[in-house]
Design a protein around this ligand. Structure first.
Ligand code: PEP
Ligand code: MN
Length: 350
């Protein structure tokens, strides 16, 4: 931390800052400049509340040098975190992971048909909400535990790994029994008791960026999970609120290289919630892979017009197949490739 003094701060004021830092138990090193002096605070392990120093006479401003998150930062962990799922799909090792499936699990037929089709097109992870966070309490809230049972069935039949959302700390255990990855949705990104409970469930966590959250806030939310001992956190850019109404959200592609610089955690993009309209999903998925995302999560429905939620942004299985072949080309152009398709028999141990 650097305490920058005002122009013309007196020797006594600088000495008072040094004394206060030493009283706080840290080292203080004045750095005289041509027009002003800064005092470096050294020996801190973690972020210090600047309150006591900020208000001392002659202090211009206090600057933090280290980010407020530690375990999530590249400083702490220079190598990429690699997250391998039981079916072999792997985040963070260079390959591009395709996660696809319906917004909500609606029925056995809907889920299994989608799962078979997306697997044939190259997806390795199946998405599908059993517990749905809906803006309106009158909208479909999900099939609940029956939806989880159907996801397990789809995993057994196709070998796809399963990611599904957990809405509250009380349901973490039951969702973890059925899911390979626990999803924490945008609305819950700063639900700290949920983050902590998810961090104790022994499952990788897919953490979606809140619609009004900064990248730093997303990394601080990841830090909550990491502090519980769960190192497998996958971040997800899913669009933020903007003033413009041309899309449901503004998919912040800059977040991808930004997270890559700041953190070792993998980051994927969700162009479905990030745009809200089918025609924009594939262009933004292609752009996300070109920008360096470790994967994409795309909503796919066998009959989007009949979907109970998010039909307008769901691709048909045919459209997903086209997208997958485009993503393979883009991945290869930047020295990556799509994750290998899973073989259900091998996964089932047959
Ligand atoms: C979802 O992925 O099903 C979802 C609800 O997304 P978000 O939390 O990003 O709105
Ligand atoms: Mn959805």
């Amino acid at each position: 931390m650097l305490i920058v003094m005002k122009h013309g701060a007196s020797e006594e004021q600088i000495a008072a800052v040094v004394r206060t830092i030493e009283e706080m138990g840290y080292g203080a090193e004045p750095i005289p400049g041509r027009r002003r002096t800064a005092v470096a605070l050294v020996g801190n392990d973690g972020r210090i509340d600047p309150g006591r120093l900020d208000s001392l006479p002659g202090v211009f401003r206090v600057i933090h040098i280290s980010p407020p998150y530690r375990r999530a930062s590249r400083d702490w962990h220079p190598d990429n975190t690699v997250i391998r799922l039981p079916n072999g799909a792997c985040f963070g090792a260079g390959e591009v992971v395709l996660i696809a499936g319906p917004c909500a699990v609606e029925s056995e037929e809907q889920l299994l048909e989608t799962a078979r089709r997306v697997r044939a097109a190259g997806a390795t992870v199946l998405r599908g909400g059993a517990f749905k966070p809906r803006t309106s309490p009158y909208s479909f809230q999900g099939l609940g535990e029956e939806g989880l049972r159907l996801l397990t069935l789809a995993r057994e039949e196709t070998g796809l790994a399963v990611v599904t959302e957990v809405l509250d700390p009380e349901s973490v255990e039951v969702v973890a029994e059925h899911a390979d990855i626990l999803q924490i949705g945008a609305r819950n990104m700063q639900n700290y008791s949920l983050l902590k409970a998810a961090g104790r469930a022994d499952r990788p966590v897919l953490l979606k960026r809140g619609m009004g959250a900064s990248v730093e806030e997303m990394l601080l939310s990841a830090e909550y999970v990491l502090l519980e001992g769960e190192s497998r956190v996958i971040l997800c850019e899913r669009g933020i609120r903007s003033f413009d109404t041309h899309a449901r959200n503004l998919l912040d592609l800059t977040a991808i290289p930004t997270v890559k610089e700041l953190s070792h955690l993998p980051i994927i993009a969700d162009p479905s919630h990030g745009t809200g309209s089918r025609r924009k999903v594939s262009p933004m998925a292609r752009a996300a892979i070109a920008a360096g995302a470790d994967g994409v999560m795309v909503e796919v429905h066998p009959m989007p017009a009949e979907a109970v939620s998010d039909g307008a942004q769901s691709l048909t299985p045919d459209q997903f197949e086209v997208l997958s072949s485009e993503l393979r080309l883009i991945a290869r152009a930047i020295g990556r490739d799509l994750a290998e398709p899973v073989r259900p028999a091998a996964v089932a141990g047959a």
